[in-house]
Design a binder for this molecule. Sequence first.
Ligand code: ACM
Ligand code: ZN
Length: 492
Amino acid sequence: MIQPVINAADFLMPHPEHIQNGCGMFDLRKNYHFTVDPFFTELVPLIGQLLSVNQHGEDLFFGKAKGQMAEEAYTLEISESQIVALASSVPGLHHAIETLRQLNLATEGRIPCCSISDKPTYRWRGFMLDCSRHFFSVKEIKKLIDVAAMHHLNVFHWHLTDDQGWRFPVRGYELLETVASKRCDIRYPDYKVSYGGFYTREDIHDVVAFAHERQMTVVPEVDSPGHVSALLAAYPELGCSGGPYQVRDQWGVFPEVLCVGNEASFAFMQAVIYSLCELFPDPYIHIGGDECPSVAWENCPRCQAKAKELGIVPSVLQGWYTMKIVKMVKDAGKVPLGWDELLDFHDGFPLPEGLVILSWRGTSAIAKAIGCGHQVIACPNTEGYYLDYKQADDPEEPGNLGVSTICQETDFRPWTENMGPDAQKLILGGQANLWTEMVCFGRHAEYQMYPRLAVIAEQLWQRQGYHSIVGRLPLEYRKLERLDVACCRSPM
Ligand code: ACM
Ligand code: ZN
């Protein structure tokens, strides 16, 4: 009997770079065994867990490629009798495993025979979760990391501090846990219910280890000099007026900011950076820098004196502050990242060398950052990369501030021909951001993310068109359902 050829790419998101369909299937429902080249030993537990197979057999073979493959590249040969996955690097082989996992989930173990040769376009493929506006448990975060990794994303940007809560320990500043991590829960205004959460050192080690097992880099963000109301509620002496301040229980941009005329603020930031280095082994620290009003500095004698000493007006003190914080981060051996507002100060102060810009306010900052020779990560709120926005322009749809559609996501490219080849090297990639003012629960976070995060993952991996993606969405829903991940099913 002639078997119909199944289009294996239908089961995958991102779509692989090259895929050739074969005939028949490898029936992963049977009790199979696998072998791994010793170079990839660290992936053994994940293979067993994600594919439900046991060691000590060659039904599935995970090996080292003969020649050198690109950093995250892999190949998969799936025949009726064997699966062979090859790569030169651990991240590459991990992608092969996640592709097999997708095929397994979408087909219930009847994996179609095919040959795949695959690699990403961009090396930074991330997602950000705001854990300040609302707190998400370690369990919820791990689930989000796991599903993101299945879509070949490789960066978790952990937004740990903001006006509404400080969420991690800094040595010598214990009030961050007892005061800055708690706020009034505005859902119950009459009862003055307290809302909060704090990640212990053990929690953070747990998340980092889980992410690393899935080859995902963890980037902590401590936002300053704006968005620090929670910090100032605990340590009012670090604000310009001395307080009192409150951990904010409303949303917005607030006038209270870090007093940059006070040396104690820099001692605090140094302690923050030491604590981040202790807790987060990956190379990056995100220093925030967005939405910082200067009114408090303009009215503060210490900030006025500092501005006078520097020969500038207080409103541009952020440029000077950024230089100092970037130096601390670099002296600690880390790569600094910051939001695109930091580009606004580079007329007064040169943008510190090595600062990577996250371009969120539309796309203009991409070209601006490149123009100053800086690496850039695209996360434009105008192009579908803000996952707190509604998935559809519909009053019934949950979401905040705007609309981010799949259509916008598939239209956008971080790099276009008119930017030139040098620009291409400076664009590291992109990431989607989930701010959580209106997202209280892990399940709702999943709904805001999917399927849009899978679409963004594809744009950063191997870009396909809108129609290709939409055709594959029903099978994407099936995979998400099998993982018990909530998702929006009418996101057009
Ligand atoms: C931002 O959305 N304030 C970075
Ligand atoms: Zn001040």
